[in-house]
Design a binder for this molecule. Structure first.
Ligand SMILES: CC(=O)[C@@H](O)[C@H](O)COP(=O)(O)O
Ligand SMILES: NCC(=O)COP(=O)(O)O
Length: 237
């Protein structure tokens, strides 16, 4: 079964626009769970432009599904994750001022850094995932670093899918096979949507988890959160 983890960053973006607590990020997260999401993802950034560190602490004792914290492993991020102890940490190689994630790690060049982090989080009982592109070597070095899973960066798939679905998914199927052969779990995320999710899942049914935020929260404006989550879950059956 592929789990749907809802990334609630964009709910926090909306809340922060007025400085109050509307929409209530915690309530939305709990409603996502009540409507069938199997996990909640947050990606705190250094400027706290959406999810704040205080949100991360507030969410932890209330969530009943899997909590996934994504981000660049700065000292502040590492400290947050070790204190909050989510089920999973996903390391993403984003610069502090980046608009959104736009690439996976160079796991070969960062092997010793990543290995140390896998060790630190692993000893804290937190499952580890490394955000990667589809290149075989990057996945192999994620395994060498000791990652439990990789998360495939799916933006290139989402971009090509409307023009050529087969070509779009092919490198991801190959990367998924490499990941499986190395004994790691497999996550995927970035720009997945109701348009492209089912085809990805049909081609890689052994995906462990997808984390989806931007498109899902946008769809909820039209469909409502409950129906939206149901429709995303239908893509994963
Ligand atoms: C790693 C990844 O692809 C997502 O976490 C994405 O970066 C979400 O972050 P933003 O909501 O800041 O775009
Ligand atoms: N890891 C990907 C994620 O959490 C959400 O990415 P997006 O759906 O907002 O592009």
């Amino acid at each position: 079964m592929t789990k749907l983890s809802v990334n609630i960053n964009k709910v926090a973006t909306l809340r922060n626009a007025r400085g109050g607590n509307n929409p209530d990020v915690i309530k939305v997260a709990l409603d996502c769970e009540a409507f069938g999401a199997e996990g909640i993802t947050v990606h705190p950034r250094p400027d706290e432009r959406h999810i704040r560190r205080s949100d991360v602490y507030a969410l932890r004792p209330l969530l009943t599904t899997e909590f996934n914290i994504e981000g660049y492993p700065s000292p502040e991020f590492i400290d947050l994750v070790l204190k909050v102890k989510p089920h999973q940490v996903t390391l993403v190689p984003d610069a502090p001022d980046q608009i959104t994630s736009n690439a996976g790690w160079d796991t070969k060049a960062n092997l010793s850094f990543l290995t140390e982090l896998m060790d630190t989080f692993g000893h804290a009982g937190i499952r580890t995932s490394i955000f990667v592109n589809t290149e075989r070597e990057m996945i192999e070095y994620a395994a060498k670093a000791g990652a439990d899973r990789v998360e495939l960066y799916t933006e290139p798939y989402a971009t090509l899918y409307p023009r050529n679905p087969e070509a779009a998914v092919a490198p991801f199927v190959e990367a998924a096979k490499v990941t499986r052969s190395l004994g790691m779990g497999l996550n995927a995320g970035h720009d997945l949507s109701l348009v492209n999710l089912k085809y990805m899942h049909d081609n890689i049914p052994w995906l462990d988890e997808v984390s989806i935020g931007h498109a899902l929260i946008s769809d909820a404006l039209y469909l409502g959160l409950k129906q939206t989550i149901e429709e995303y879950k239908n893509c994963l059956r």
